[in-house]
Design a protein around this ligand. Structure first.
Ligand SMILES: [Zn+2]
Length: 182
Protein backbone atom coordinates (compact mmCIF):
# COMPACT_ATOMS: atom_id res chain seq x y z
CA UNK A 1 0.00 0.00 0.00
CA UNK A 2 1.54 3.30 -0.99
CA UNK A 3 1.22 6.66 0.73
CA UNK A 4 -1.49 7.91 -1.54
CA UNK A 5 -3.60 4.88 -0.63
CA UNK A 6 -3.15 5.59 3.07
CA UNK A 7 -4.29 9.17 2.61
CA UNK A 8 -7.26 8.14 0.49
CA UNK A 9 -8.34 5.45 2.95
CA UNK A 10 -8.13 7.91 5.83
CA UNK A 11 -10.27 10.35 3.93
CA UNK A 12 -12.87 7.85 2.73
CA UNK A 13 -15.27 8.25 5.69
CA UNK A 14 -15.22 12.02 5.28
CA UNK A 15 -15.55 11.66 1.54
CA UNK A 16 -18.61 9.44 1.93
CA UNK A 17 -20.25 12.03 4.12
CA UNK A 18 -19.37 14.77 1.64
CA UNK A 19 -17.25 16.52 4.21
CA UNK A 20 -14.25 17.08 1.99
CA UNK A 21 -13.53 19.96 -0.36
CA UNK A 22 -14.20 19.68 -4.06
CA UNK A 23 -10.49 19.37 -4.80
CA UNK A 24 -10.07 16.60 -2.25
CA UNK A 25 -13.03 14.66 -3.54
CA UNK A 26 -11.67 14.99 -7.08
CA UNK A 27 -8.32 13.71 -5.87
CA UNK A 28 -10.01 10.76 -4.16
CA UNK A 29 -12.12 9.97 -7.19
CA UNK A 30 -9.10 10.11 -9.46
CA UNK A 31 -7.29 7.72 -7.15
CA UNK A 32 -10.25 5.34 -6.83
CA UNK A 33 -10.38 5.23 -10.60
CA UNK A 34 -6.94 3.66 -10.83
CA UNK A 35 -6.76 1.81 -7.53
CA UNK A 36 -8.97 -1.27 -7.12
CA UNK A 37 -7.78 -1.74 -3.55
CA UNK A 38 -9.14 1.59 -2.37
CA UNK A 39 -12.23 1.11 -4.43
CA UNK A 40 -12.92 -2.16 -2.64
CA UNK A 41 -12.33 -0.37 0.63
CA UNK A 42 -14.88 2.24 -0.34
CA UNK A 43 -17.60 -0.34 -0.91
CA UNK A 44 -16.77 -2.00 2.40
CA UNK A 45 -17.15 1.33 4.11
CA UNK A 46 -20.49 1.86 2.51
CA UNK A 47 -21.62 -1.65 3.42
CA UNK A 48 -20.62 -1.41 7.09
CA UNK A 49 -22.24 1.93 7.62
CA UNK A 50 -18.91 3.67 7.77
CA UNK A 51 -17.40 1.42 10.44
CA UNK A 52 -13.71 1.27 9.69
CA UNK A 53 -12.53 -2.12 8.55
CA UNK A 54 -9.41 -3.97 9.49
CA UNK A 55 -6.78 -3.23 6.92
CA UNK A 56 -4.96 -5.95 5.00
CA UNK A 57 -7.83 -8.31 5.66
CA UNK A 58 -8.20 -10.83 2.91
CA UNK A 59 -10.71 -9.57 0.42
CA UNK A 60 -13.60 -11.99 0.21
CA UNK A 61 -15.23 -12.93 -3.05
CA UNK A 62 -18.29 -10.95 -2.08
CA UNK A 63 -16.19 -7.86 -1.59
CA UNK A 64 -14.42 -8.46 -4.84
CA UNK A 65 -17.80 -8.31 -6.51
CA UNK A 66 -18.58 -4.93 -4.99
CA UNK A 67 -16.29 -2.78 -7.12
CA UNK A 68 -17.82 -4.44 -10.14
CA UNK A 69 -21.26 -3.37 -8.98
CA UNK A 70 -19.94 0.14 -8.53
CA UNK A 71 -18.60 0.12 -12.05
CA UNK A 72 -21.98 -1.02 -13.31
CA UNK A 73 -23.63 1.83 -11.44
CA UNK A 74 -21.12 4.25 -12.84
CA UNK A 75 -21.73 2.92 -16.33
CA UNK A 76 -25.42 3.54 -15.84
CA UNK A 77 -24.67 7.08 -14.86
CA UNK A 78 -22.43 7.51 -17.89
CA UNK A 79 -25.10 6.02 -20.10
CA UNK A 80 -27.54 8.55 -18.75
CA UNK A 81 -25.23 11.46 -19.46
CA UNK A 82 -24.51 10.13 -22.94
CA UNK A 83 -28.24 9.65 -23.56
CA UNK A 84 -28.91 13.21 -22.46
CA UNK A 85 -26.30 14.55 -24.85
CA UNK A 86 -27.59 12.38 -27.68
CA UNK A 87 -31.15 13.56 -27.11
CA UNK A 88 -30.14 17.21 -27.27
CA UNK A 89 -27.92 16.53 -30.28
CA UNK A 90 -30.58 14.58 -32.18
CA UNK A 91 -33.29 17.11 -31.45
CA UNK A 92 -31.09 19.93 -32.65
CA UNK A 93 -30.11 17.97 -35.71
CA UNK A 94 -33.75 17.18 -36.33
CA UNK A 95 -34.82 20.78 -36.10
CA UNK A 96 -31.98 22.10 -38.19
CA UNK A 97 -33.09 19.84 -41.02
CA UNK A 98 -36.69 20.95 -40.66
CA UNK A 99 -36.68 23.48 -43.47
CA UNK A 100 -34.78 21.46 -46.03
CA UNK A 101 -34.97 18.13 -47.81
CA UNK A 102 -33.39 16.30 -44.87
CA UNK A 103 -36.63 16.69 -42.96
CA UNK A 104 -37.50 13.06 -43.69
CA UNK A 105 -34.58 11.86 -41.59
CA UNK A 106 -36.65 12.96 -38.63
CA UNK A 107 -38.83 9.90 -39.02
CA UNK A 108 -35.75 7.97 -37.89
CA UNK A 109 -34.15 10.57 -35.64
CA UNK A 110 -37.20 11.25 -33.51
CA UNK A 111 -37.90 7.62 -32.59
CA UNK A 112 -34.22 7.39 -31.60
CA UNK A 113 -34.79 10.41 -29.37
CA UNK A 114 -37.74 8.52 -27.88
CA UNK A 115 -35.58 5.46 -27.14
CA UNK A 116 -32.90 7.51 -25.37
CA UNK A 117 -35.59 9.50 -23.60
CA UNK A 118 -37.05 6.27 -22.28
CA UNK A 119 -33.63 5.22 -20.98
CA UNK A 120 -33.43 8.39 -18.93
CA UNK A 121 -36.99 9.30 -18.02
CA UNK A 122 -38.77 5.94 -18.31
CA UNK A 123 -42.43 6.54 -19.09
CA UNK A 124 -42.35 10.12 -17.91
CA UNK A 125 -40.59 10.65 -21.25
CA UNK A 126 -44.15 10.83 -22.60
CA UNK A 127 -44.53 14.34 -21.26
CA UNK A 128 -40.91 15.39 -20.69
CA UNK A 129 -39.78 14.89 -24.28
CA UNK A 130 -42.63 16.88 -25.86
CA UNK A 131 -41.82 19.74 -23.47
CA UNK A 132 -38.16 19.52 -24.47
CA UNK A 133 -39.13 19.39 -28.14
CA UNK A 134 -41.37 22.42 -27.83
CA UNK A 135 -38.69 24.35 -26.00
CA UNK A 136 -35.94 23.62 -28.53
CA UNK A 137 -38.33 24.11 -31.42
CA UNK A 138 -39.35 27.47 -30.02
CA UNK A 139 -35.73 28.54 -29.52
CA UNK A 140 -34.82 27.39 -33.01
CA UNK A 141 -37.53 29.53 -34.54
CA UNK A 142 -36.85 32.54 -32.29
CA UNK A 143 -33.14 32.59 -33.05
CA UNK A 144 -33.77 31.97 -36.70
CA UNK A 145 -31.81 28.71 -36.84
CA UNK A 146 -34.61 27.35 -38.95
CA UNK A 147 -36.99 29.15 -41.22
CA UNK A 148 -40.35 28.36 -39.68
CA UNK A 149 -43.20 30.54 -38.57
CA UNK A 150 -44.17 30.77 -34.93
CA UNK A 151 -47.38 28.88 -35.66
CA UNK A 152 -45.28 26.15 -37.28
CA UNK A 153 -43.53 25.52 -33.98
CA UNK A 154 -46.58 23.76 -32.56
CA UNK A 155 -47.23 21.91 -35.77
CA UNK A 156 -43.70 20.52 -35.96
CA UNK A 157 -43.58 19.76 -32.26
CA UNK A 158 -46.77 17.74 -32.67
CA UNK A 159 -45.39 15.84 -35.66
CA UNK A 160 -42.08 15.10 -33.95
CA UNK A 161 -43.89 14.11 -30.78
CA UNK A 162 -45.72 11.36 -32.65
CA UNK A 163 -42.40 9.90 -33.83
CA UNK A 164 -40.84 10.33 -30.39
CA UNK A 165 -43.75 8.41 -28.87
CA UNK A 166 -43.14 5.58 -31.32
CA UNK A 167 -39.54 5.42 -30.05
CA UNK A 168 -40.63 5.38 -26.41
CA UNK A 169 -43.09 2.59 -27.11
CA UNK A 170 -40.47 0.54 -28.95
CA UNK A 171 -38.01 0.96 -26.08
CA UNK A 172 -40.70 0.08 -23.54
CA UNK A 173 -41.70 -3.04 -25.47
CA UNK A 174 -38.10 -4.18 -25.86
CA UNK A 175 -37.55 -3.82 -22.13
CA UNK A 176 -40.76 -5.67 -21.41
CA UNK A 177 -39.74 -8.51 -23.72
CA UNK A 178 -36.26 -8.73 -22.17
CA UNK A 179 -37.71 -8.83 -18.67
CA UNK A 180 -40.03 -11.66 -19.61
CA UNK A 181 -37.10 -13.64 -20.93
CA UNK A 182 -35.38 -13.46 -17.54
ZN1 LIG B 1 -5.24 3.19 -3.37
Amino acid sequence: MNNECKIVMDLLPLYLESMVSKETSEFIEAHLEKCPECKAELSVFKEDDFTPVIKDEKVTDAQKGKPFKKIMKKMNLQMHSISYLLIIFFIFFGFLSMDNENVFYNSIIMPVVGVFGYIIFRFSAFYKLPVLLLLINFLASQFGWVDIEFSGVFFWTAIFTIFVFIGILIAGLIEFALRKEK
